[in-house]
Write a protein that binds this ligand. Structure first.
Ligand code: SF4
Length: 86
């Protein structure tokens, strides 16, 4: 699907919306568009993701403890790991 044809739906579940590939592309776009004032500095972001990739709770990019996609959760500086690992 071309970007210009993609629309956000505030009432849809992800399973009803788009392909998994498109969903993850959209997730990356969300991360890229986080305002700089609340965005995690890149070195801290990578440190957080390294911790997640070594964590037993990470499954398919999602944290089993909180249900978040960790790349998105880690991208906002004010967020934290529910187990206080970062
Ligand atoms: S956010 Fe915390 S608990 Fe969840 S996968 Fe990352 S390190 Fe593990």
């Amino acid at each position: 699907m071309e970007k210009e044809n993609f629309r956000f739906c505030r009432k849809c579940l992800t399973r009803d919306m788009i392909s998994k590939d498109q969903y993850f592309k959209t997730l990356q776009e969300l991360i890229e568009n986080i305002p700089e004032e609340i965005k995690t500095p890149s070195d801290l972001y990578e440190k957080r993701l390294r911790i997640c990739t070594e964590c037993e709770r990470l499954t398919d990019g999602m944290c089993a403890a909180c249900g978040c996609y960790v790349e998105l959760r880690a991208a906002k500086e004010g967020n934290g790991c529910p187990y206080h690992l970062w």
